[in-house]
Ligand binder design. Structure first.
Ligand SMILES: [Zn+2]
Length: 253
């Protein structure tokens, strides 16, 4: 099945921090309006999978809004805007950095941004948001040996469970980096699925441990954002990804 799974990071009110993956609050608000006007209903990945498994009906036009790294401004800025529209999202938290900052970006010319603490993550979960794992230390899984892959996948799950009282059912690959071996580890560890940026598959949910996402960014116009929500765009990125894989390139950006 094809549906847009949007990949956001930070949503910033006021002066831009210079963080490359941020969108502004005003832009985010316009995008939420576009999503609603187009008739989409925001659902969790859990509900998507229940729908795929025939356990629950899916809305006519489902969409999933995901937020990687669990920046504090998602709690402060994105959540109120979504709450006003009775929308919920999925946050992928980095287990060893809950309540800290994006230290993994240090030295890469990225500003330091605060991350949500456990109480903030819990308040989102209480409001119906889904909390997934983004590993323990934001490692690129394809670049590390198996023991470290397991540590990221298994320990982040138990650590987020003890911090939040929630068992993460989904994983987001930092930098979109994964291997077939990693998908197996996730399956064994009990995750229901995972999201990436790229996929070898023709449709979004064909490989549930590597679902392709669409990234809105600061440079998007109203028109380019509307295009990113369309089935044609999903077919285009599937074609682009398959060319990328057939060309033997790596899966990261
Ligand atoms: Zn990340």
């Amino acid at each position: 099945m094809d549906l847009p799974i949007l990949m956001y990071h930070a949503v910033e009110a006021g002066e831009p921090s210079g963080y490359g993956y941020a969108v502004s609050a005003a832009q985010f608000e316009r995008q939420l309006d576009t999503i609603q006007r187009a008739g989409f209903e925001a659902i969790s990945l859990d509900r998507l999978f229940d729908g795929l498994d025939g356990k629950a009906p899916l809305p006519r036009k489902p969409i999933v809004l995901t937020f990687d790294d669990a920046y504090r401004n998602v709690h402060q800025v994105a959540w109120p805007l979504m709450r006003d529209r009775t929308m919920t999202g999925t946050v992928f938290a980095v287990a060893d950095h809950v309540g800290g900052a994006n230290e993994w970006d240090e030295g890469k010319g990225m500003p330091r941004l605060e991350l949500m603490n456990a109480a903030e993550l819990r308040s989102l979960a209480d409001a119906g948001w889904e909390i997934g794992s983004h590993g323990c230390r934001h490692l690129e899984l394809a670049q590390v040996e198996e023991a470290r892959q397991r540590d990221e996948i298994v320990r982040s799950r138990s650590q987020l469970e003890s911090l939040l009282g929630i068992v993460p059912e989904f994983y987001a690959y930092p930098h979109g980096s994964y291997t077939e071996q990693v998908e197996e580890v996730l399956r064994e560890a009990g995750y229901r699925g995972a999201v990436s940026m790229f996929s070898r598959m023709g449709s979004v949910t064909e490989d549930r441990y590597c679902m392709r996402r669409v990234m809105p960014h600061r440079g998007d116009s109203a028109l380019s954002f509307r295009l990113k929500l369309s089935p044609i765009y999903l077919r285009y990125v599937a074609w682009r990804d398959q060319r990328r894989y057939n060309g033997g390139q790596r899966s990261e950006v």
